[in-house]
Design a protein around this ligand. Structure first.
Ligand code: 3SL
Length: 232
């Protein structure tokens, strides 16, 4: 039986073996939720990059560019990191180059894996089904916040573990803790996360509706997968 494990921060990735594994990169608030939304609204591919300047340079190749730092849309880019900005037809048929504070970093630092998929509550079942089909050991890579643990990515790991219960082994404390937290939170995740750092950060920026949206389960069936230098 394949296994599932959880890396709580990209800074801890050096402790894990990526080779031969399927990584699920997750940044619930909001990067991977936004990427899933962008694909669901017609984006053809997404190029996640770590630096603002690199992202900006993709405009010359006809890409839409998107950037967020500290929760705020960076100046001079077409899009920020709110999923709602990707629902108005603008991304239909387009390539989006995107950089965010933590989410794009989690994806790029996972490149040694055999497979990288982008996960969110929004496409939870699509991710679970893909992992059942793949039958590789799974590592959920949480984006966290600037190297630190966060609750919302951990809850996603718990939700995925719940979906894969009985089909994947999870004999490690990180997955068990994620599952226990998810069980405690799942009946009302908005309330559970109210005191969490990033929810408070987003609320301070008056970003309210994104939070509830990103916590919805199985809204989309899209599955962004890493191919070469981008998500398709
Ligand atoms: O950290 C990130 O990558 C972002 O998702 C953060 S934010 O939700 O856009 O503030």
């Amino acid at each position: 039986m394949p296994s599932i494990d959880v890396c709580y921060s990209p800074e801890l990735l050096h402790l894990y073996e990526l080779e031969g594994k399927a990584v699920v990169a997750v940044d619930i608030l909001r990067a991977t939720s936004t990427m899933v939304t962008a694909f669901a609204h017609g984006a053809t591919d997404i190029i996640p990059v770590m630096q603002l300047e690199e992202c900006r340079s993709y405009a010359e190749q006809g890409c839409l560019t998107a950037a967020e730092r500290n929760g705020i849309k960076a100046e001079g880019f077409d899009l920020g990191n709110s999923p709602f900005a990707y629902m108005n037809g603008q991304v239909q048929g387009r390539t989006v180059a995107i950089t965010t504070t933590n989410g794009t970093r989690a994806i790029r630092l996972s490149e040694a894996a055999a497979e990288i998929v982008v996960g969110a509550f929004l496409n939870l079942e699509a991710v679970a089904q893909h992992l059942r089909d793949l039958q590789l050991d799974v590592l959920v890579v949480c984006a966290g916040w600037k190297g630190k643990f966060n609750l919302e990515d951990t809850l996603f790991a718990g939700a995925l573990a719940e979906r894969l219960h009985g089909e994947f082994a999870f004999e490690n404390d990180a997955t068990l803790a994620s599952l226990y937290l998810y069980h405690a939170a799942k009946s009302d995740m908005v309330t559970f996360l109210r005191q969490s750092s990033h929810v408070r950060r987003l609320e301070n920026l008056e970003i309210h509706k994104d939070i509830e949206f990103c916590l919805q389960h199985d809204t989309y069936s899209v599955l962004p997968v890493w191919k070469g230098d981008r998500l398709v």
